[in-house]
Write a new protein. Structure first.
Length: 137
């Protein structure tokens, strides 16, 4: 009797389930649901308090920066030097190492990375060697 949350969210489904369930089990379920709901409410309140505290800290920092006469650009530059790591450069595409003819008769290449093309894999399964497809031969 496994039910998804969307199944028990429907009042008619709940009534049908409740008809076949003993009252003591229903009362126990209600208590457990109440506990879970209270825990969730408490978690949400704690998150809200944490966000409010962070907002207050940021406001205090902004006031301090303004009172010290620090320019925003200077602050950003200073934080940028020690702040988050910049995104790395994207690497250049690898040159192809292998050449093969696909099932449609088109000549294609493969770098040797990633999933082996099905044509090459079938040939390997039939006893050919990967070097047979090498471009540098």
């Amino acid at each position: 009797m496994a039910f998804a949350l969307q199944d028990i969210n429907n009042i008619r489904t709940l009534r049908a389930i409740a008809r076949d369930t003993p009252m003591d089990v229903l009362l126990e379920l209600r208590e457990k649901i109440n506990v879970v709901v209270e825990e969730r409410i408490q978690e949400e309140e704690e998150k809200k308090i944490e966000l409010d505290n962070q907002k207050k800290k940021l406001e205090a920092i902004i006031q301090q920066v303004n009172s010290e006469g620090i320019e925003v650009n200077e602050l950003i530059a200073a934080l940028g030097a020690t702040g988050a790591k910049k995104a790395g450069k994207t690497r250049a595409p690898r040159p192809p190492k292998y050449k093969y003819v696909d099932s449609n008769g088109k000549e294609k290449t493969w770098t040797g990375q990633g999933r082996t093309p099905s044509v090459i894999q079938e040939a390997l399964d039939n006893g050919k060697k990967l070097e047979d497809f090498s471009i540098d031969r």
